[in-house]
Write a protein of this length. Structure first.
Length: 175
């Protein structure tokens, strides 16, 4: 679904066509999951946030401005829900000081992905998030910039820098 198709689905939902929510979900759920996982660090919480994002979209669709990017509006909701979850978890008292058993690595989420595993090892968290959102989440640089509150030039520069690091590492390794 193109950005125009997503915009049309949002307009349909806003006008009362609830079947449009399924189209919106099918188009954006993978990208939302990819976007929120680095924030919340666990598969279960990321899945909950994806679901809560669509509940919020449905509840707040009347606030959606059709002149604004639908994808960015949706990612802003997901980001806010993620930040709320992080803040909530900071306030909770933890009784277990061992590693969280629900915590997962990217390799568990994406199965056999040596390139993502390599990227996670050699890139900064910021570079990895940008690569992940662009390649796995299929987001454009301007969408990533908006979602991460960064200038587009910074996102483009960090993306190129990360790709160069990966190329250099792959030339010296066995990938």
């Amino acid at each position: 679904m193109s950005d125009k198709s997503l915009q049309k689905a949002m307009k349909r939902l806003k006008s009362g066509d609830t079947s449009a929510l399924e189209d919106i979900y099918n188009e954006t759920s993978k990208g939302i999951y990819t976007f929120v996982l680095p924030y919340v660090k666990t598969k279960e919480i990321a899945e909950d946030i994806v679901q809560n994002t669509f509940v919020t979209i449905y509840q707040k669709i009347n606030l959606y401005n059709e002149n604004y990017s639908a994808r960015n509006w949706i990612l802003t909701i997901a980001k806010n829900l993620s930040l709320n979850e992080i803040e909530k978890n900071k306030r909770e008292v933890s009784y277990d000081f061992n590693e969280n058993p629900n915590s997962i690595s990217y390799s568990e989420v994406y199965k056999e992905t040596p390139l993502l595993d390599l990227a996670k090892k050699i890139l900064s968290e910021e570079e990895f998030n940008i690569i992940n959102l662009h390649i796995v989440g299929d987001m454009k640089h301007r969408e990533i910039a908006s979602a991460l509150d960064m200038p587009i030039g910074t996102v483009t520069w960090l993306y190129k820098k990360a790709i160069d690091k990966l190329k250099k590492e792959m030339k010296g390794g066995d990938i």
